[in-house]
Ligand binder design. Structure first.
Ligand code: NAD
Length: 334
C-alpha cells in the first residue's frame, strides 16, 4: 500500500482524494494546506482517524514517511513543491501545468533525474474513452494519413472566477490564462494524437476581462505537425462551457470529437458514432471529464509494475514547450 500525501486542499484535491479512496492502492496519510482548517476538513472528509493535517508541504514531508505526494496547489507552486518532494525521495503526481516557464520545467527535469523517482502529470483527458478510440483509429491506418486538424475550446470564465481567487489571472501565479489553465488539455490532445509539433504561431487577446485580469482570455494558434497543420482557438469569453470540439481530417475520412461524443466518418459517407457520456458517480465538473480516476490509478499501477507511465514528465514536454512558444509568439505579436 502506498503512503500518499496531498498538498493543496481546494477544488481538484477532492477528485484526487476520492480517486485514491476508490483505487485502494494508496492510503492517504496526510493533507496539507496553507489554510490548515482546509487540511483538517479534508482529513475528516476523505481520511481515517490516522490521517493528519499540516499547514505546509515542508511540515508534512518532515513529519511523515510518504511514498507519493499529489500536488494540487496553484500553478506557481507546482515546481518548487515537486522539487522538495523529489529531494525527499518521494514520487510526485502533479496537476497541470507541469510548470509556468521553460526554465522551471528544466529544473523539474533535473530534480526528477537526480531523485530517480517518478513524476506524473494530470493530463487526464488522454484517458478519455473518445481519445483512446481516436488514437486506435488513427494508428490502425483505416483513415489513411492525417491531413490536418482543428480544435476549439469555447468556455465561460467570468470576472468572479478570477476575482474570487488569490492566484488566477496573473502572470506570476497562474503563468497565463485560458491556454495554460483550461485549453492546455486540448493542446495536449493535439500533440498526443498528432506528434511533436514542428513550429507554431499564436496570438492572444483579452476581450471580455480587460482591467480584471492581466493574462489572456483568448488564444489562437496555427501549429505545424509533421503530417498537417492544426488550427487552434481557445476562449473563456463564450457564454457557456461548450463541449470541446476536435476534428482530425485524414486522407480517407475524418474523426470529430465533441465533448465525450465521437463520430468516425469514412470517405464513402459511412460513419460510426459513439457517446461516452460522463459516467454517473464520478465527482467533479463535467468539463473535467471522466478520467482523473483512470489516470491516477495508472500512475500507481505503472510504479508497481515497473512500466513507463503514459503521462510521465517527458511525455508532456512537447505540449508544455509548445504552450510556452505560443506565449512568446503571442507576446511578440502584441
Ligand atoms: N486536471 C484538471 O482537470 C483540473 C481541474 C481543476 C484544477 N486543476 C489544477 O489543480 C490545481 C489547483 O486548482 P484548484 O482549482 O483546486 O485551486 P484552488 O484555489 O481551489 O485550491 C488550491 C489550494 O491550494 C492551497 N494553497 C495555496 N498555497 C499553498 C501553499 N503554499 N501550501 C499549501 N497549500 C497552499 C490553497 O489554500 C487552496 O486550498 C491547479 O494547478 C489547477 O490548474 C486541474
Amino acid at each position: 500500500m502506498f503512503r500518499a500525501g496531498i498538498v493543496g486542499c481546494g477544488n481538484i484535491a477532492r477528485i484526487h482524494a476520492q480517486a485514491l479512496k476508490n483505487a485502494g492502492c494508496a492510503a492517504i496519510q496526510a493533507f496539507a494546506d496553507a489554510k490548515e482548517e482546509k487540511a483538517k476538513e479534508y482529513c475528516s472528509l476523505y481520511g481515517t482517524e490516522h490521517t493528519r493535517a499540516y499547514h505546509s508541504l515542508e511540515e508534512m514531508l518532515k513529519e511523515e514517511e510518504l511514498d507519493t505526494v499529489h500536488i494540487c496547489t496553484p500553478h506557481y507552486l507546482h515546481v518548487p513543491m515537486a522539487r522538495k518532494a523529489l529531494e525527499k525521495g518521494v514520487h510526485v503526481f502533479m496537476e497541470k501545468p507541469p510548470a509556468i516557464s521553460k526554465e522551471e520545467f528544466f529544473l523539474l527535469e533535473q530534480a526528477k533525474e537526480k531523485s530517480g523517482k517518478e513524476v506524473g502529470i494530470c493530463f487526464q483527458n488522454r484517458y478519455n474513452d473518445a481519445v483512446e478510440k481516436i488514437r486506435e483509429t488513427l494508428n490502425s491506418g483505416k483513415l489513411g494519413n492525417v491531413k490536418g486538424a482543428r480544435a476549439f475550446v469555447t468556455w465561460n470564465r467570468g470576472a468572479e472566477y478570477y476575482t474570487g481567487s488569490s492566484w488566477r489571472g496573473a502572470w506570476g501565479t497562474e503563468g497565463g490564462g485560458i491556454l495554460i489553465n483550461q485549453a492546455i488539455h486540448t493542446l495536449d490532445l493535439l500533440v498526443y494524437l498528432l506528434g511533436k509539433p514542428e513550429s507554431a504561431e499564436g496570438s492572444f487577446h483579452n476581450h471580455h476581462l480587460k482591467h480584471i485580469i492581466e493574462v489572456e482570455d483568448t488564444m489562437e494558434a496555427y501549429i505545424k505537425f509533421p503530417k498537417g497543420c492544426a488550427c487552434f482557438y481557445a476562449t473563456g469569453a463564450y457564454a457557456d462551457d461548450a463541449p470541446v470540439l476536435l476534428d482530425i481530417l485524414c486522407e480517407s475520412g475524418a474523426v470529430r470529437m465533441e465533448g465525450e461524443r465521437l463520430k468516425i466518418i469514412k470517405s464513402g459517407g459511412s460513419s460510426q458514432s459513439y457517446d461516452f457520456e460522463k459516467k454517473s458517480g464520478i465527482p467533479g465538473k463535467k468539463y473535467w471529464g471522466n478520467s482523473h480516476q483512470a489516470c491516477i490509478q495508472d500512475f500507481y499501477d505503472s510504479i508497481l509494475e515497473g512500466r513507463i507511465f503514459r503521462n510521465r514528465l517527458e511525455s508532456v514536454k512537447d505540449t508544455f514547450l509548445l504552450a510556452m512558444d505560443l506565449y512568446s509568439q503571442a507576446k511578440q505579436n502584441k
